[in-house]
Design a binder for this molecule. Sequence first.
Ligand code: GLN
Length: 560
Amino acid sequence: MTKHIFVTGGVVSSLGKGLTSASIGMLLEHRGLRVRMQKLDPYINVDPGTMSPYQHGEVYVLDDGSETDLDLGHYERFTNSPLTRQSNYTTGQIYQSVINKERRGEFLGQTVQVIPHITNEIKSVVAKIGGEGIDVVITEIGGTVGDIESQPFLEAIRQFSLDVGKENCLYIHLTLVPYLKAAAELKTKPTQHSVGLLRQIGIQPDILICRTERSLSRDERAKIALFCNVPVEAVIEEKDKDFSIYEVPLSLVEHGIDDLIVRKLGLKAGALELEDWRELLHRLRNPRHEISIAVVGKYSEHRDAYKSIYESLDHAGISNQAQVRIQRVHSEAVEREGPERLLTGVDGILVPGGFGERGIEGKVETIRFARQRGIPFLGICLGMQCAVAEFARNVLGLQGANSTEFDKNNPYPVICLLDEQKTITDKGGTMRLGAQPAVLAPGSRAIQCYGTQGISERHRHRYEFNNVYREQFAARGMLFAGTSPDGALVEIVELPDHPWFVAVQFHPEFKSQPTRPHPLFDGFIAAAVTHRNGPSGRPPKSDGAGQADGGPQRAEKPAT
Ligand code: GLN
């Protein structure tokens, strides 16, 4: 029988429910249990694929091509729970499914209502992810208790325990216990109110996880326990972690969360084995190098927009024993101020994916700077497309070369729409999405990094390298280091005479874990460490303008 854990949040949003759920999943897996993770999002969009990164952070893509909430990134980084379309549902999807059933006449003339039809649909997606061989399903409910749009989800998870038995369900509520400077006190009232709201709906939380900037005293925990009707040992503190999110599971263990869950659900679990995680934190705390990586994108002010990229850089930092200082640089600032001012001194430059024209010229300028100065460069998706445009303009002399995404009538459309995209008009879920195989060229940096010829990586794009230009690019030194198995689509480009210049059409950041960094990020950070220390570990050098000649030089003269 699969047991179910439901994680809700109260008081404020952005408490880190995703991270906490992922940490719990990771701890249960480390006790030998088979876990599945799931997120239910109360918004009406069918998936986050069409939502702006400003509103909702990055769109996280799974192998099966579903475009999901960024919390699923935490799930994949912390656990080995395989994620699929069934791991993320929105109100939009739930309603879409119920409405389709109604149109097919499946409700046999009944009035279709939130209770029971919408709640039944929600319960069925929760039940479906459990089953044979799965010990625990952790279902995180997006939003905050008290939101109008969360109500059907909360009602459904309340009913769920009636259906499967109270002993098979556990409700964890994450709240905030703020510290009021003026009173010099931690305040428990918001938590009391939030739990009060939950109890009105009929959910009595079993465990409270209290986010706080200061440790809770025994008295404060006892007060919360009394007012919220839980045993005091079920009031768990989760103090802010300034150092790393990878500390969260260990701090939850200190407060006994895994034992509590195992006991309350009657799980047959092994002893907690956390050696790999402790080793990871040890490496994180004891770096031998320090490097700075510039991430040049157009959402740089929004931390969540490139979440998986920042995490992947950290993972590769851990494996290379390097502390990675990330500089978030806005590509429009590069347009205004020039790359020299903003990027001089960095040890690596990453240009991430994106959509739309804003900031493109700044990305192209950034890439020119990385190429000419010999600074390790990793381009991702749009970052690869900009690298292709840059090479076309500044090495091949194809003035103004661009992607047709930004300039439909460009004389040199070096990036153009994929054939399969030409007739598509709907925006949602219609890109080239999810895992696609690729083969790597012998002798390439990519094959060195991966250590294998066949790879599979996740995609999310409509445009591709225009094959009309392949020979021209190859003649001037660009290596097509990875293609689709039939050779038709360019997946990776490299510059072999540059210290490390790799750009990929896919999104490696979706497959990196702290204990298993992605091979390309690993290679990129290793190159950045070499850039900082010199090949023999010499003292730091500068990337000042005078060093330009030291970089990989190619004729800048236009080919024509
Ligand atoms: N906008 C580009 C395309 O659709 C790149 C997409 C991306 O970077 N994810 O092809």
